[in-house]
Every structure is written in structure tokens, then in C-alpha cells.
Design a protein around this ligand. Structure first.
Ligand SMILES: O=c1ccn([C@@H]2O[C@H](COP(=O)(O)OP(=O)(O)O[C@H]3OC[C@H](O)[C@H](O)[C@H]3O)[C@@H](O)[C@H]2O)c(=O)[nH]1
Ligand SMILES: [Mn+2]
Length: 359
């Protein structure tokens, strides 16, 4: 066993080090059910849509709430880099947080139960995932060797068993799976009932479709790369916010030597958004992903990019250079990526000049 004292993680692990970021355009009543697990944590609510609408936050939670007026006031002209009328607005919450860890969840996700019927403490599992190393250089066939009751299997080189620091923990969803509109349309009644008791490291050099529904990450290591793009009203694309962030953050993690895990914990995703509306929002993404994925697969970041922010600025140049031929939108996105980093650095100046550098 790799000797990590995971039992020390109590019911509200690292409560001073975690902010919960929630994008919402509807209601926060779902927080009633989460109270046993989230009541000790500080919430950062990003209210999308009409800022004159009052969003009620259930009693007893410690929170800060930002609407569009707040985003415009705080970021000034750079506010244009934050999506409007798209869940991607959540990344504003990542930027204003001062905590080491972020957990972000959609407002239609509820507490799931494991096969024994026990309610799942998503924060505890995400923190375990983030507090234990990843193994991106060599696949462990018995999955996460740092979980209780498992280990590295025979043939796993000891020189690789230290693993690397984990930057992202990607959780999954029971009930409504995160399908794209075409799949939703042909399989409207499909529900995910399969609980897979596994956490896996996504190998180095391999991308994955990151979903923002149940996601945690180390803000100090990878925060600047977790920009959820420029989507929603006024943009030709929506619902690819988390995909863009996931591809960018993974190439940055690979470059800086950090790991990404996927699997446990599960949430119960309750609402199926309208597939016809989704098709309209994401149809360009269905085409463009055939170019975006190879773009991220083939790019190489330079040695000089030794922090997430520097990597992201380099990615912005590459986006402008390579993807604008796909559509002029990517030039606007590349500029928004620069505005995001400038805003991030203005709100989060490196502490005594130190920024987290590559391992
Ligand atoms: O204009 C909007 C639309 C939604 N939100 C908030 O974003 C969260 C996700 O919204 P929703 O549950 O309606 O969409 P899904 O299709 O289930 O979500 C997936 O696809 C879109 C995103 O990438 C999301 O992360 C995926 O899980 C929810 O909290 C809405 O209130 C918004 O802020 N603005
Ligand atoms: Mn949803």
C-alpha cells in the first residue's frame, strides 16, 4: 500500500482549502439535499442570464454570488472573455476563488448512492483523488494503486511507483449521462445505471472529454488552464465549454508533469436538457471537434512554458495560428484566452513572485 493515510479525510475534508463553484440559470434548491456534505464549505455561485433576477440561496450556506453586473464590474473590458448564457460562466468562480482546490457541480446534480445504498461524499472522494498521485506514464491494470485494498500489480516498474501530483479529478454521473444531442435524440430513455467502482489515471498523451458536471481540480497547479472558453450568446458554439477546458488542461498537465484521474465519485444527474435545443447550441462543435482534437493531440508546448499560465498563453498563439483556418471564431477565442490569463493574473498575482512551475 502506498502509505497515504486516507482515513484521516473526515466528513468535510480540507474545508478551508476548497471552494464549491456552481453556475446557475435556474435554482439552488438542489443544495438542500447536499447540506450534509457541503454545509461546511464556502460556495461561489455564478449567476448566469438576467442579473436583475434574484436567486435564492438556501439558509445556512456561506457563499458569495456573482451575476453579470458583478463580472463586468470586476473584470471591466476583459469581462467579454466570460461566457454569457452558457454553463462555461462558471470559470469566473475559479478566477475569484483564493482556495487551493475547486469543486464545481451543476445545479441539477444530486447526491448519488453506491451499490450498498450509502450516500456518496463527492468531496471526500475528489480530495482523495487529488491528494494521492496519478500514474500517467504506465497503466496500472488494477486501476488506482493508491486506493485502499489495491496496489501496483506485478510488472509495474518500482521507478514509476511514486507517480506524479494529481491536478484534476473527473467524476461521473448516474441516471442522465452526459451525451451529446445526436446521442440523446436517438437514445432519449437511456439512463446510466452502471456504477463502476474504479478511479483511473488518464495516460499521458491521451485526451478525454471532460465534463464540468462533477469536477474537482488543484487551482494552484492548473487553474489558469481551466478556462471554459467563449460560448453561449453571441458565439457560434455552446456546450463545448468543458470540452475546451478539458483538452487544454490535459495537454498542460502532460507538459507540466501533473496527472488527471477519472471515475469515482458519482453524482445523480437529474435533468435531461432539451436535445433539440442542445443540437442547435452544439452542432458546430460536433464538426469542429474533428479538428480541435487533432490540434491538441499534435501540439507541443515549449520548455520555456513552465507554468500553467505560460502554457496557456502559448496555447492561445497556437489556437490563433492553427484553428482560425477552421473558423474565424477561433481568433476571437484566442484573444479571449489572453484576456482570461491577464484577468487571472490581475486577480491572482503570484505570491512573492512564485508561480507553480513544472516538476
Ligand atoms: O445558459 C446556461 C445554461 C446552463 N447553465 C448552468 O450550467 C449547468 C449545466 O446546465 P444543464 O444542466 O442545463 O446542461 P447539461 O446538458 O445537463 O450540462 C452539460 O452540458 C453543458 C455543460 O457543459 C455542463 O457542464 C454539462 O454537464 C447548470 O448548473 C445550469 O444552471 C448556465 O449557467 N447557463
Ligand atoms: Mn444537467
Amino acid at each position: 500500500m502506498a502509505g497515504y493515510n486516507l482515513e484521516a479525510i473526515e466528513a468535510a475534508p480540507l474545508k478551508e482549502d476548497v471552494d464549491i463553484v456552481i453556475p446557475t440559470i435556474r435554482s439552488l434548491d438542489f443544495l438542500e439535499q447536499w447540506r450534509p456534505f457541503l454545509k461546511h464549505y464556502h460556495l461561489i455561485i455564478v449567476q448566469d442570464g438576467d442579473p436583475s433576477i434574484n436567486i435564492r440561496v438556501p439558509e445556512g450556506y456561506d457563499y458569495e454570488l456573482y451575476n453579470r453586473n458583478d463580472i463586468n464590474r470586476i473584470l471591466g473590458p476583459r469581462a467579454n472573455c466570460i461566457s454569457y448564457k452558457d454553463g462555461g460562466c462558471r470559470c469566473f468562480g475559479f478566477m475569484v476563488s483564493k482556495k487551493k482546490y475547486i469543486y464545481t457541480i451543476d445545479d441539477d446534480c444530486f447526491v448519488a448512492k453506491d451499490p450498498s445504498g450509502k450516500e456518496i461524499n463527492v468531496i471526500a472522494q475528489h480530495i482523495k483523488n487529488l491528494e494521492t498521485p496519478s500514474t500517467p506514464h504506465y497503466f496500472n491494470t488494477l486501476y488506482d494503486p493508491f486506493r485502499d485494498g489495491t496496489d501496483f500489480v506485478r510488472g509495474y516498474p518500482f521507478s514509476l511507483r511514486e507517480g506524479v501530483t494529481t491536478a484534476i479529478s473527473h467524476g461521473l454521473w448516474l441516471n442522465i449521462p452526459d451525451y451529446d444531442a445526436p446521442t440523446q435524440l436517438v437514445k432519449p430513455r437511456e439512463r446510466n445505471i452502471r456504477y463502476v467502482d474504479a478511479v483511473m489515471t488518464i495516460p499521458k498523451g491521451v485526451l478525454y472529454p471532460m465534463c464540468g458536471m462533477n469536477l474537482a481540480f488543484n487551482r494552484e497547479l492548473i487553474g489558469p488552464a481551466m478556462y471554459f472558453g467563449l460560448m453561449g450568446e453571441g458565439q457560434p458554439i455552446s456546450r463545448y465549454d468543458d470540452m475546451w477546458a478539458g483538452w487544454a488542461a490535459k495537454v498542460v498537465c502532460d507538459h507540466l508533469g501533473f496527472g488527471v484521474k477519472t471515475g469515482l465519485p458519482y453524482v445523480w444527474h437529474s435533468k435531461a436538457s432539451n436535445p433539440f435545443v442542445n443540437l442547435k447550441k452544439e452542432h458546430k462543435g460536433l464538426h469542429w471537434q474533428e479538428d480541435m482534437v487533432p490540434f491538441f493531440q499534435n501540439l507541443r508546448l515549449s520548455k520555456e512554458s513552465d507554468t500553467a499560465a505560460k502554457c496557456y498563453m502559448e496555447l492561445s498563439n497556437m489556437t490563433k495560428e492553427k484553428l482560425t483556418e477552421v473558423d474565424p471564431y477561433f481568433e476571437k477565442l484566442a484573444d479571449a484566452m489572453v484576456a482570461w490569463i491577464e484577468a487571472w493574473e490581475e486577480l491572482n498575482p503570484p505570491v512573492d513572485g512564485k508561480d507553480v512551475k513544472a516538476k
